[in-house]
Design a protein around this ligand. Sequence first.
Ligand code: XMP
Length: 514
Amino acid sequence: MIHARGVAILDFGSQYTQLIARRTREAGVYCEIFPGDAPLERILSIEPSAMILSGGPSSVYEEGSPRPAPGVLESELPILGVCYGMQLIALHDGGSVEGGDAREYGPARVSPVPGSALMLGIGEGHTAWMSHGDRVTAMPPGYSAAASTSSLPVAAMENPSRRRYCVQFHPEVAHTEFGPQVLSNFLFSIGGLVPDWSMERFRGEAVERIRKDVGPGGRVILGLSGGVDSSVVAALLHEAVPDRFTPIFVDTGLLRKGERESVEDTFRGHFGMDLVSVDASREFLSALSGEADPERKRKIIGRVFIEVFEKAAQGVGGITHLAQGTLYPDVIESVSFRGPSATIKSHHNVGGLPERMNLRLVEPLRELFKDEVRRLGRELGLPAHILGRHPFPGPGLAVRIPGPVEARDLELLREVDAVFTGYLVEKGLYDSIWQAFAVLLPVRTVGVMGDQRTYERVAALRAVTSTDGMTADWYRMDPAHMAAVSSEIVNRVSGVSRVVYDISSKPPATIEWE
Ligand code: XMP
């Protein structure tokens, strides 16, 4: 999709690059992230109106430290250099950069220089977030300081005639109080961009693009899991090509309570989609029979899923395209965030199917961040309970029953999980938790109920806070809620007589138990 007047962000490895992109989009400007050394023609292919060079862990004097491709630093476009990006510009334009005596990390009070275009409207003494070793010690000719701190005479600099603006601090980080103001000064008053990136506009463009890609004779299928991403893709395809779109939902028998009904009600009932819903719970259970090894369980589930999905797809007939809920963080070519998210996603994708059935891919969310997908979902009228639902792993409850998976254990776990998450929703806690679920332990313990001794199972409750699932902390649940939910589980689910709460963070533990 071509967005004239967007921003190209060059990534030099900063952990904050993705934040720069999010802040830019929040300001209403479309942007894309490129590897720091991407060729100029590639960067220009999105017709950017400005560029931002990110920070990075290297020193500009280090051998092999990343550099922009030829032509980038000579460009006539306005450029904002952040931290390492500032040092690259300083060096290129004839200034000097030196290592400081110590790394400066953390908040610093910034004094803007009156008259600076970049610092326009920012008063004295606000706090900015610093994270650097090197610093600009002599500005290149034609530059003037735009801000300083008590230890850093050139905390920001600018050269309006070359359209170069540089900051040593990180405007993209929430700790930089005036960060959004710096960014909007750069984008709007300096760069002349207009804030026209909105989900409403994206929706219209995405629908047009799907129609064009699929063509008049095409037919699209989608593996619909009921999670946020595939649900939003489904709603978008239904709007674009309603008569030529078939979502396929596979009930693996490893889903949460009421999940199949909810997916059928929403997509077949409410949206009127031509939903194919396959009950494959027997296939999955029998393939998993007796298997205790976590990785082998995952592999079996992945293989059976592909078999079942492929059979269902063949039943639809005449298919030309497979839609997938790939998101922007899955496709950014960058050192800083090709992390576990890429591996996690591969579980959802229907490996090999496009080649075997000769299908082309439709990935309408490739340009979006997760929070934008949720906004798009709201725009498309998806219910809040789907958009706000906690993440759920592809292998489902199988990874929440350590050891072999039995049908009756799945029933038991579904009930416990429903009581737990139902309680969190009822008490208004669900939305402040990133992911919450129950695990059924393969352990029996002694209990006493009335006059009788019992010998029943243990359920572990897990609730975590996180931003992306890569690290997580256990949710500090009020003991009164713990007590209430524990007795509700034991009273309502026969077969479970003891409840424990998981207080492990990730790392060293993972979020799931397997
Ligand atoms: P872990 O357990 O690795 O989980 O800390 C991080 C996030 O990923 C989800 N998860 C998976 N998702 N297939 C998936 O689709 C998987 O095999 C899988 N394993 C974990 C987990 O629920 C959490 O949100």
